[in-house]
Design a protein around this ligand. Structure first.
Ligand code: 5GP
Ligand code: MG
Length: 181
């Protein structure tokens, strides 16, 4: 870490925190676990836009069995703090009935987003709902969320890169960066 240059986005500075190679290895483990549970069940990956798009792209290419891919937009975040307000844009033409849905998230922070979305999804009568998030911040959880396929458990500090943004920037960084002190 110490030798890496800081990345500056608007008013904030970030230092390298999780390298792309570590992320790749973690995703292989997650893919193995998902394969074991769902390889014969034609699961539906439901990607929460925008933050999870890179994680989803990497994960789905590690899954060597039939799986469907769909996207949903849920917005609950502004700047570096969770707002508590959740906007869900349910896609109109997806039939979740009797499907095994795996929600793909970038990060579970307070859990507000998932605790608002899971009941909405349950109304569509899927066969099962499970969650995979490449990052989990347990210190920030205010809702009990069962994350079946977690990636990295990280402290309660703001991160960017690998799909995650600050003010709409930084999603294209290959590694994950953490707010510098
Ligand atoms: P939650 O509803 O669990 O508090 O937060 C969910 C959303 O907030 C995440 O999907 C993500 O978009 C955003 N978020 C939470 N923590 C961070 C963070 O450290 N960095 C970034 N860029 N987004 C975050
Ligand atoms: Mg997200």
């Amino acid at each position: 870490m110490g030798h890496d240059k800081l990345v500056h986005i608007d008013d904030l500075s970030f230092s390298k925190y999780i390298k792309a190679k570590e992320i790749e290895l973690k995703i292989e483990d997650i893919a193995d676990a998902i394969r074991e549970d769902f390889h014969d069940k034609y699961p539906m990956l439901l990607v929460v836009m925008n933050g999870a798009f890179i994680y989803a792209a990497d994960l789905i290419r590690k899954l060597d069995f039939a799986c469907e891919l769909n996207f949903i937009r849920i917005k609950s975040y502004h700047g570096t703090r969770s707002t508590g307000k959740v906007d869900i844009f349910m896609p109109p033409n997806i039939d979740f009935k009797n499907r095994h849905v795996i929600i793909i998230e970038d990060i579970i922070d307070t859990g507000t987003t998932m605790s608002a979305f899971i009941p909405e999804l349950e109304k569509c009568n899927p066969a099962s709902i499970s969650i995979s998030s490449i990052l989990v911040k347990p210190e920030a959880h205010v809702h009990e969320i069962d994350i079946r396929y977690p990636g990295f458990i990280i402290p309660n500090k703001f991160v960017v890169g690998y799909g995650l943004d600050y003010n709409g920037k930084g999603r294209n960084l290959q590694d994950i960066y953490q707010l510098a002190e």
